[in-house]
Design a protein around this ligand. Structure first.
Ligand code: PEP
Length: 248
């Protein structure tokens, strides 16, 4: 069964989310796909209500690296868990860049998420300059090793790695199928080096970056790829339904 993750980013008010979910869920068949909708914080309560018994997981897009207390404006792992959240995106390039999240913070957030019973969608990927200077694999190793430092192998069962080249996010550009396969192979290789062969086979790896219902077809047969993370194209329920049925 393929994994499909939607990142709504900072889009849709709770009322808009309600309209979206009513339109989407009435035509969505959750029996053939493992879907996680990563909604904005303000839509999570509503998402939990409407997604209940629909075979759809609920995701958040960030969490605090602290457990609780003096962190005005932050959201804790326990708050997310208690709101019905299953997964949380950590290390998205927008947060690494705009909010200056470094690898130590990302590692801390992953540990907090796992401790609170949440699954983690860890985003990794190279910039255009790094790609052009052939540093993609080096960057992937650094990002993954720092993010997963100190984790137990069994905790990887609750980690999904999303290969998201920064230059592909929201740009309309994608790597070739071969390039995605190369990155996925390297990611599994890193997991094998740091954990075990078993972990490298069983960990879920998805691709994200400018996926839509037209270009996804060429990537469906990519080797060892478990699914996709979709940003912009998930915002239109009809388009996202098409993507979901192509992945089923
Ligand atoms: C993302 O932000 O994670 C993403 C994949 O966005 P898009 O699909 O718009 O490139």
């Amino acid at each position: 069964m393929r994994t499909l993750i939607a990142n709504f980013k900072m889009n849709l008010t709770p009322s808009e989310t309600k309209d979206y979910l009513m339109a989407f869920l009435s035509r969505f068949d959750g029996s053939k796909i493992d879907l996680t909708l990563c909604l904005p914080y303000t839509s999570l309560g509503l998402g939990a209500l409407l997604c209940k018994n629909r075979n759809v997981r609920l995701g958040a897009q960030n969490l605090s690296d602290e457990e609780q207390g003096k962190n005005t404006g932050e959201i804790s792992g326990a708050m997310l868990k208690d709101s019905g959240v299953d997964y949380v995106i950590i290390g998205h390039s927008e947060r690494r860049k705009k909010f200056k999240e470094d690898t130590k913070t990302i590692n801390k957030k992953i540990k907090v998420a796992l401790k609170n019973g949440l699954g983690v969608i860890l985003c990794v990927g190279e910039s255009l300059t790094e790609r052009n200077t052939l540093k993609t694999f080096e960057v992937l190793r650094e990002q993954i090793e720092c993010a997963l430092k100190g984790l137990y192998e069994n905790e990887l069962e609750r980690v999904i790695i999303a290969y998201e080249p920064i230059w592909a996010i929201g740009s309309g550009k994608t790597p070739t199928k071969n390039e995605i396969e190369g990155a996925v192979k390297e990611i599994r290789h890193i997991i094998k080096d740091d954990f075990s062969e078993n972990a490298s086979i069983s960990i879920k790896v998805v691709y994200g970056g400018s996926i839509d219902s037209k270009n996804i077809k060429q990537f469906l047969s990519a080797k060892k790829l478990d699914g996709f993370l979709v940003g912009g194209a998930c915002l239109d329920p009809n388009e996202f339904l098409k993507i979901s049925s192509l992945c089923s």
